[in-house]
Design a protein around this ligand. Sequence first.
Ligand code: SF4
Length: 384
Amino acid sequence: MTLNPRNRKARDIELEVSEPATGRVEFPLIGTDRKRVEGLDVACIIPLLQACPGDETESLFACADRTRKGFVGDSVHIRGIIEFSNYCVRSCMYCGLRRDNRKLRRYRMTPDEILAASENGIRSGYRTIVLQSGEDPYYSASDIARIVEGIKAFGDVAVTLSVGERPRSEYATMKAAGADRFLLKHETADAELYRRLHPGASLETRIECLQNLKGLGFQVGSGFIIGLPGQDIATIARDITLLKELDVEMAGIGPFIPHPDTPLASYPAGDVTMTLKALAVARLALPHANLPVTTALSTLQKDGRQLALSCGGNVIMPNITPAKYRELYEIYPDSASLKDPEDGGIGEIAGMLKAVGRGVSATKGDTLPREKRPIPARDEASFQ
Ligand code: SF4
């Protein structure tokens, strides 16, 4: 990684410089070690996100790919998502599931339907089941806990929940039932932008939820959206540093896609390359994290999965929601997951991974606690 030598000491990032004229990052990126990566701050990240097309961007992506290989290996974790309810009490400005979208036909899966879909997924080979919904208090914490226990009875699988903001006590009930992980994207680290996009909600509460989840022992995933109206490059850099501060185990980074029945219908979609750059920088900042290839990226770009896998991604989350519900979970239109077969296409994914020299992980894909994470030998690690 190459930065203006003027800033080298303060940032504690190794620089390889051919006397930059601009003070921005010089490419190619040349190595550093994990300790130095801990110093990756907003000022360091912005120039990386500004990498020019061609050699600079390729250098960033290659650096992220080496980091991924060194810290989390070539295996890709495959997690099956079941979208079990599209009801939502919130009205996020960018989301088709928002409460105020009266055009959407709503559905809720019964616990039996959720368990049947989970069992099918496990039979197909998934070792993690992700239960996702809008913020739908119809399902009490006890309801969710019973479903988690039911899934756990099927075998040695992990359960990830993505059911929005709840009181700490409810998260505790879910954890006690055996839930392993929880996804709650922070969406944007700009508190004012957050307030404008999420009526009645605050970034502060979001972060408090994430901290509660962490404190309860969940493996925690957060993430953010690229291309939200009002976002700038400094916001994205701050998004990445917030992930580091929260010490998340997982991070989903996907582009904004406008939905016609939302207030943001007329805004352009997020930029694919910026999404990939943010993913790559997130890999440098969070070398041990599980970073999924987002469906939104695959929706905007046909080969989005392969691209993201080459920029630091190591998780794929196919949709295994029963077909009759799938098109109703419309956060944005024409999701790539609508084309997935009922089993999420796990066989096709295995073939695609083989073709790019990767493989399906044989483990559940848990993130090790910080104190147990191995630090790869320098020559196999990353930033060289
Ligand atoms: S982003 Fe989540 S919380 Fe917001 S409206 Fe959509 S489903 Fe509901």
